[in-house]
Design a protein around this ligand. Structure first.
Ligand SMILES: NC(=O)c1ccc[n+]([C@@H]2O[C@H](COP(=O)([O-])OP(=O)(O)OC[C@H]3O[C@@H](n4cnc5c(N)ncnc54)[C@H](O)[C@@H]3O)[C@@H](O)[C@H]2O)c1
Length: 323
């Protein structure tokens, strides 16, 4: 049976949910999965072949163990057998943010050539990038390594890659698929925010202002406390928000991987009549994006099968926050 051989960059909470999800949905039956079969591939055909990280505590562990290693704190919903995939040392660059000091002991002396060699040796088809928000340089170095190794690349985080004409050209020139930037969650604050904006503007409402205020206790929120890193998340979150939107994020340790979002929209309806809408939602953060990550990986592999390279525009538009 043909498989979708996947490498993950950054074995954090999102990858924990992803790896658990592949076990949980192996029989294709359980609810909560957007597409049991996508682009001709079932979940049981997704296979993890390589994993990169820079946190000393995770290096050398099997992927099935590293996903439970602190500071990861995502919900445990499936047992994962030993996968035979060791977490290997990656390229540090700008991966670990200043807020992570004391939580991650960073290594990361690998070169892009070594990363490419590992991708080739493990028969990887698709690289999923789950680096912390703000890791622009590291993302570019891994993307270059993916091209060198002949792999498709899915940029699941807010670094500018699919939005960069230069990187689109590089992937197109190599005949390799590119999907990005920054995964949409199947059910997340951005999706709900945009649905509300669309519903209101579709009814003729003129939106004037709004906000999306977030709180959570995972490493993504540690990172988002850094204004420079928050800037790149804000850019993907406000794409399509359609109005002046304030986006804020607060690290609240006891929330662990739960995320709370407060969304507000205000504007004018018929005859200029004022209206306000407020919404509060709570979700488990990392599992909410795993379904779209699995779809993106399978679409990327199917494109490779058909010899299609460059930005996968439709797939990116459907699964990613900013294209
Ligand atoms: N629902 C969601 O959680 C969601 C949705 C969309 C996008 N994202 C994005 O996905 C990314 C990952 O989120 P997360 O919650 O898993 O983050 P996380 O902080 O839990 O995990 C990041 C992992 O990357 C590792 N790392 C850091 N620098 C590295 C480097 N240079 N090379 C290799 N590994 C490195 C860290 O050690 C850590 O294990 C974030 O950018 C986030 O914004 C998350």
């Amino acid at each position: 049976m043909t498989s979708v051989n996947v490498a993950v960059i950054g074995v954090g909470n999102c990858v924990s949910s992803l790896v658990q999800g592949v076990e949980h949905y192996r029989d294709g039956k359980a609810p909560g999965l957007p597409n049991p079969v996508c682009a001709g591939y079932a979940i049981s055909q997704v296979r993890f072949t390589a994993a990169f990280d820079v946190g000393a505590a995770k290096l050398g562990l099997d992927l099935s163990e590293a996903i439970w290693t602190p500071p990861n704190n995502s919900r445990r919903f499936a047992g994962v057998p030993r996968l035979g995939v060791p977490v290997v040392e990656g390229i540090l660059a700008d991966g670990v943010g200043p807020g992570s000091a004391g939580l991650i002991d960073p290594r990361g002396g690998a070169t892009p050539g070594e990363v490419a060699a590992h991708l080739r040796a493990t028969g990887t088809h698709v690289v999923l990038n789950f680096l912390p928000t703000g890791a622009q340089r590291a993302t570019e170095l891994y993307a270059g390594a993916a091209i060198e190794a002949g792999c498709a690349f899915v940029n699941c985080m807010p670094a500018v890659l699919a939005r960069s004409p230069e990187w689109r050209d590089r992937f197109a020139g190599a005949g390799l698929p590119l999907v990005g930037d920054d995964l949409k969650s199947s059910f997340g604050a951005t999706l709900v925010h945009r649905a509300l904006v669309d519903a209101l503007t579709g009814s003729g409402v003129r939106l004037t202002e709004g906000y999306q205020l977030l709180g959570g206790g995972n490493m993504d929120f540690v990172n988002l406390e850094d204004p420079a890193r928050m800037k790149s998340k804000k850019a993907t979150k406000t794409t399509g928000a359609g109005t002046s939107t304030h986006v804020g994020a607060q690290y609240v340790p006891f929330m662990d991987d739960r995320k709370i979002a407060f969304i507000r929209l205000q504007g004018e309806g018929f005859g200029g009549s004022p209206l306000e809408l407020e919404l509060r939602m709570v979700v488990e953060d990392s599992p909410s994006a795993a379904g779209n990550a699995l779809d993106a990986a399978r679409h990327a592999k199917a494109a490779m099968d058909q010899g299609v390279g460059g930005l996968l525009t439709e797939v990116s538009g459907a699964l990613m926050k900013a294209v």
